[in-house]
Design a protein around this ligand. Structure first.
Ligand SMILES: [Zn+2]
Length: 106
């Protein structure tokens, strides 16, 4: 089999985490009724988020991909809140290769 340039690109892309197009923006997630949760890395609290509420606040193009913030789930917690979407199981809304080692250094 001859490896085409496109084939090589696909092979490289399929090695990294992949987030489906319907999870890339809050507008797409609201449209597809995707279940979204925010989790804390330290206190382990979690909360279900309605993407439609985020659309109303931030607009449909807002993305949770590779986004995190200091814990807002537990008063005084210094952990990080990051986001997951439900697709069979809860899957991370970040691409490991894109956020590390930055997230480890912060
Ligand atoms: Zn926390």
């Amino acid at each position: 089999m001859r490896l085409t340039r496109l084939g090589i690109m696909f092979a490289i892309c399929s090695m990294v985490a992949w987030i489906p197009s319907w999870a890339l923006t809050v507008g797409a997630m609201a449209e597809h009724g995707v279940r979204v949760q925010v989790h804390c890395t330290k206190c382990r609290a979690y909360h279900v988020i309605d993407p439609a509420v985020l659309v109303a606040i931030k607009g449909p193009e807002y993305s949770l991909v590779n986004r995190r913030c200091r814990c807002r789930l537990t008063e005084g917690c210094r952990g990080w809140n990051n986001f997951h979407y439900l697709h069979g199981v809860m899957r991370p809304l970040w691409v490991f290769e894109e956020v590390y080692p930055r997230w480890l250094e912060e």
